[in-house]
Ligand binder design. Structure first.
Ligand code: AMP
Ligand code: FE
Ligand code: FE
Ligand code: ZN
Length: 279
């Protein structure tokens, strides 16, 4: 059984419509795929319907933008009550914060000599309910300022980059609590990717398990090198965490993240499902 528990459609910053993504998952030989768009559940009904048609099991999820010590941490939420008032209110605030930083980012880009207009960005937003940096990156590509999204992030948009503007996020601990209150399963996405190991060292992960009942960590992810995966797997086993593996597919928006490039062990998936059913 092939299981991929972290993907994005164009309802956030991927490039496939949800139904298209599920069709691609079927073509890639996946049996299970979770759609985990950033801070929204909007694509889930379309994905689930496509899953029924195509014989792919679609897991309902989202990737929440949280933070710790002012740095971004992504939290995967599976099987939550999508109507939960506290969680949905927080997701709206996060989306408003993301869209709200568009004009200050555009002002910085103009100062840096790579201007794009709001209209040029909005062309790339598609059905996403918020405007994120990947959409701004797409506008920079279309305007000929950079070759691809990666260059846009590396030169301008990455955290701490010259055109970066901080935005509202929820504290990681509160994010975990909100997912649990909404009867979902909370798994930290790529916890040690892109220098996050300093932010989430073993003792912090242990505390999140002890004090907030963190359920799992994503271990097999392209942002983790083999040594990080090995150490994280050992730590996760010691802490009794569910450990997942996923592509973090974004369509053509992110290279080297093809569907199924990392997968989740069926036993780990079974644990996730059991936990989800108990909540
Ligand atoms: P935002 O939600 O607007 O802060 O944008 C964050 C999103 O940008 C992430 O979810 C990734 O999809 C993408 N992203 C972040 N850093 C990079 C990077 N260095 N290269 C390419 N994409 C990135
Ligand atoms: Fe993304
Ligand atoms: Fe992420
Ligand atoms: Zn993701």
């Amino acid at each position: 059984m092939r299981i991929d528990l972290h993907t994005h459609s164009k309802v956030s910053d991927g490039t496939d419509a949800p139904a298209e993504l599920v069709a691609r998952a079927a073509e890639s030989g996946l049996d299970v795929v979770a759609l985990t768009d950033h801070d929204t559940f909007d694509g889930l009904d379309e994905a689930a319907a496509a899953g029924e048609r195509l014989g792919v099991r679609v897991i309902r999820g989202a990737e929440l933008s949280t933070s710790r010590a002012g740095h971004s941490v992504h939290l995967l939420a599976y099987g939550v009550d999508e109507e939960d008032p506290a969680l949905t209110a927080e997701m709206i605030k996060i989306r408003e914060g993301r869209s709200g930083r568009l004009s200050p980012v555009l002002a910085k880009l103009a100062e840096l000599g790579v201007p794009v207009t709001e209209e040029q960005v909005l062309v790339h937003v598609g059905t996403s309910p918020s405007v994120g940096r990947p959409h701004i990156a797409d506008a920079l590509v279309a305007a000929g300022h950079v070759a691809n999204r990666t260059e846009a992030f590396d030169r301008f948009l990455a955290d701490g980059g010259p055109a970066h503007v901080a935005r509202y996020t929820v504290e990681l601990e509160r994010g975990i609590d909100l997912v649990h209150q909404a009867r979902g399963v909370a798994v930290i996405a790529h916890p040690w990717g892109r220098g996050r190991k300093r932010l989430l060292p073993p003792e912090v992960l242990e505390r999140l398990v002890d004090e907030h009942g963190l359920d799992g960590v994503e271990v097999d992810h392209q942002d983790h090198d083999p040594a990080e995966r090995k150490e994280l797997r050992r730590l996760g086993a010691r802490l009794g965490l569910i450990m997942t593996g996923s592509s973090d597919y974004h369509g053509v928006g992110k290279i080297d993240h093809d569907l199924g490039c990392n997968t989740t062990d069926p036993d780990m998936f079974a644990r996730l499902q059991e936990l989800s059913a108990l909540r």
